[in-house]
Write a protein that binds this ligand. Sequence first.
Ligand code: ADP
Ligand code: GN1
Ligand code: MG
Length: 368
Amino acid sequence: MSYSISEIATHFSIRGEIEAIVPFGSGHINDTFHIKVTDPDLPGYLLQRVNHYVFENVPALMNNVQLVTDHLKKKLDETPGSNPENEVLTIVKTKGNQLFFRDADSNYWRMFLFLKDTKSYDHVLTEKQACEGGKAFGKFQLLLADLDATLLAETIPGFHNIAMRLGKLNKAVLADSKDRVKEVLPELRFITERVEKMTSILNLGEEGKLPLRIIHNDTKFNNILLDKHDHAQCVIDLDTVMPGYVAYDFGDAIRTIINTASEDEPDLSKINLNMPLFKAYAEGYFKSAHAFLTDIEVETLLIGVLLIPYMQGVRFLTDYIEGDVYYKTHFAGHNLQRTRAQFQLLRMLEEQYAILDQVIREISVTYK
Ligand code: ADP
Ligand code: GN1
Ligand code: MG
């Protein structure tokens, strides 16, 4: 690293003396640091280096983040009992009033106010947490329903477009630049067997049957901050907020909630489904989202639950074949291990499909 984090921090409009800088979070894309300040009455800061290989237009991305956070704050201002400062990310601008700072190595840095006494969970522990997560992501979609989508840049083109993801995988397989394709033939077969089912949401969208809405697009459970009473406080990680189908957000949240093991679990026998957490998330989600969900959207939610681990597996596998250039990896073969874990999760979801379907049907009926 040819830069010092404390030097980077001084380019932002921060108050107080820096006491400590701590690497933070478990994200696969950006680098995050908690900037602690000496004065306990000041909030501290969250400094991030945005991965500009993944996000090719960081200025447009930051413009999106500002549009989204301003809109959310405006909506919450009109909602009695809300506290926009705590419930929405606040961008801290540079001393030159910019949304990001560019260092001498061309890295992009941005800063938010640190939200004190909050916690994010890689693993959901209780039904209450799951339900709060569902309420929070549903409310997020609800509050953004009247933001003009044409104002938002597409920060990663075709992000959740499975046809495009499969196209990229095919290209990687044909190039086979790291000579790894021979190791992944069973995974490639697994993908091919499911293509038709997995393109159904995209097809419905293209036929004009599914509404395109502004969605979060990265609804891993650790992208919600919960307060000390485990109430959802703030939806974070807004880099991929773009138009999409609600089933994508539902599917990605369930992918991280329902799995009894980690996203990259090497022992596939540990990957099972936690049904009570599924039900709790779905109940929370319907509580917030029932007012806008159409029948066809409700019908697609469970297809999204299958699609997102599938797409995630396709993405991890593509990265493995290309030589681990996109996601941070912690050991050789990490992306392949992640792929296998996602496909095992998908097998479990396919086996339990009828039960999952019943749960959604029962919940949706109570909101008719
Ligand atoms: P990544 O893109 O790497 O996932 P995130 O924006 O999700 O980055 O941030 C990483 C972690 O930092 C989060 O999971 C959360 O624990 C914490 N975090 C992010 N923003 C804030 C904030 N404003 N206040 C407190 N903690 C935060
Ligand atoms: C990445 O940044 P993070 O870790 O929240 C990825 C998501 C994947 C996720 C898999 C921009 O999210 O799409 O679902 O890893 N983000 C991007 O864990 O590709
Ligand atoms: Mg995150």
